[in-house]
Design a protein around this ligand. Structure first.
Ligand SMILES: NC(=O)c1ccc[n+]([C@@H]2O[C@H](COP(=O)([O-])OP(=O)(O)OC[C@H]3O[C@@H](n4cnc5c(N)ncnc54)[C@H](OP(=O)(O)O)[C@@H]3O)[C@@H](O)[C@H]2O)c1
Length: 324
């Protein structure tokens, strides 16, 4: 009643607290209003998914197919893509386009093929990627380039090839699957973390530049997901790591992450962080107290350097076995 209101006024007293609470209120209201906006229509839209033969990409194919999208599934191996196609029912049979993202010419030809299929692309999901385990001193420069080619130049080339048609139609949504490692760099992941940091920066620039054409850009940054990513990772000498890391095995269910990607498309979210508590704390530490963050990372690098800490199997000259 009136007493309560008076007490509240005494506590707030028009000071900084009321300013903070007022600010939070406005923020909450803003979020609620945004949520009320009608979501983007996914049914019958043309959705291109790279890396649809495995892990998160395959789950995205399932989720977007269930939402009624017309799918174009991409990967390097026709046979593996066909496995994804066969799992989905026949109402909207997906198309497939087979190409290697790390080959610039192949990406351009693939973009033409993609556009020929449906005439346009509504949503491009740049999901394909490769990870890396190794220490910098024992890593060939060719490996640093290879990871960059697949994770950074691949999505950039595909996006740039499809962008003019989106701009002409004044409609389109580009999604990129980055990683928490696009925001913080952890030791023995140099090539991967660098490629994801570059990804974050490029797509942040793109978002600002294409807003005037009504295009949307979403950067999705998940923590560990239960997929074959660590098994498929490259080591310092370019061989396959081949190990399912404990952190990856205990990671998020890829189906949950795929649903978050669908939600990001529907809500036109600009930046989605799917981080647990530890990753969130690390992110704040990197921003607010970098010296401490660097100390913790150096300790981690030392710990992983000890032979007994190595995760076994092709760790790229040792030191890459740390799993957290
Ligand atoms: N798993 C995690 O813990 C985690 C965490 C954060 C972010 N992510 C990101 O999530 C995305 C999906 O990874 P995932 O976890 O699902 O891994 P995954 O199971 O290893 O799948 C990777 C996919 O990328 C494709 N791919 C790899 N290199 C390619 C190339 N040069 N050209 C074309 N396609 C290529 C693979 O297809 P083919 O081999 O059939 O060509 C495969 O479909 C990646 O961008 C990854 O960085 C993963």
């Amino acid at each position: 009643g009136a007493g309560g209101a008076a007490a509240l006024e005494r506590v707030m007293g028009g000071g900084p607290l009321s300013l903070v609470l007022g600010g939070l209120g406005v923020l909450l209201l803003f979020r609620m209003v945004r949520r009320l906006r009608p979501g983007a229509r996914v049914r019958d839209s043309v959705v291109v998914i790279t890396g649809a033969s495995s892990g998160l990409g395959r789950e995205c194919a399932r989720v977007f197919h269930a939402a009624g999208a017309r799918l174009v599934l991409c990967g390097r191996h026709a046979g593996r893509l066909q496995e994804t196609v066969e799992e989905l029912n026949e109402t909207h049979p997906p198309s497939t386009v087979t190409f290697d993202l790390s080959e610039a010419g192949a990406v351009e030809r693939a973009a033409e093929e993609i556009l020929r299929l449906h005439g346009n692309v509504d949503v491009l999901i740049n999901n394909a990627g490769i990870s890396y385990r190794g220490n910098i001193l024992e890593t060939d420069l060719s490996v640093q380039r290879a990871v960059m080619d697949t994770n950074y130049f691949g999505p950039v080339a595909l996006t740039q090839a499809l962008l003019p048609s989106m701009v002409r139609r004044r409609s389109g949504h580009v999604v990129v699957i980055s990683s928490i490692q696009g925001r913080i760099a952890i030791p023995h992941r140099s090539a991967y973390a660098a490629s994801k940091h570059a990804t974050q920066a490029y797509f942040d620039c793109l978002r600002a530049e294409v807003e005037r054409y009504g295009l949307e850009v979403s950067v999705v940054s998940p923590g560990y997901i239960r997929t074959n990513l660590s098994r498929n990772a490259l080591t310092g000498d370019g061989s396959q790591y081949g190990v399912l890391d404990r952190t990856t095995a205990m990671g998020r269910d890829p189906a949950d992450v795929a649903r978050a990607v669908l939600e990001a498309v529907r809500r036109r979210s600009k930046d989605v962080l799917l981080a647990g508590l530890l990753a969130t704390v690390a992110l704040y530490l990197r921003t607010l107290c970098p010296a401490l963050f660097f100390k913790v990372m150096a300790m981690r690098a030392r710990k992983e350097q000890r032979p007994e800490a190595a995760g076994g199997g092709g760790a790229g000259g040792g030191g890459a076995g740390g799993e957290t």
